[in-house]
Design a protein around this ligand. Structure first.
Ligand code: FE2
Ligand code: FE2
Length: 136
């Protein structure tokens, strides 16, 4: 599987959020390029996954509080997306820690698809809003 390269097309126009997205992409790339990612019982994949889940939750918090601070009208809708991810990520995380999950490749594909879709489609929706508010 190919790693992803952060480029301007991923930019949501807010520096702090771009930095966090870059970090998430870095973690995704680690998952993609870790050979042990194929090993169900590997500690490596569950370690990366746990770290990534924690980091993602931090990121959601930052994003949502920025939305709240500026009264973004679609905060609730956006929050639902984050909640759905959170549930899924915690399930994955638990499964790999327990060594129950037997399809890490599917997991990596899921995470990759989710994040590229989320940043490029969902997060991108707030870009014009924050730009108009002067948030950088
Ligand atoms: Fe988001
Ligand atoms: Fe985001």
């Amino acid at each position: 599987m190919e790693t992803i390269q952060w480029s301007e097309k991923f930019s949501v126009g807010v520096e702090k959020l771009d930095q966090q997205h870059q970090q998430i992409i870095k973690m995704l790339n680690r998952l993609i390029s870790t050979p042990e990612a194929k090993d169900t019982h590997s500690e490596t994949i569950s370690d990366i996954l746990t770290a990534m889940t924690q980091y993602s939750l931090e990121h959601f918090k930052t994003e949502e509080s920025l939305m709240k601070m500026h009264a973004y009208p679609d905060l609730e809708e956006h929050r639902q997306e984050h909640i759905a991810y959170r549930k899924k990520a915690i399930d994955f995380s638990t499964a790999t820690t327990l060594g129950v999950e037997s399809v890490p490749q599917i997991l990596v594909t899921y995470l990759l698809d989710w994040w590229t879709h989320h940043i490029l489609e969902e997060d991108m929706k707030y870009k014009p809003f924050f730009t108009k508010k002067g948030v950088r």
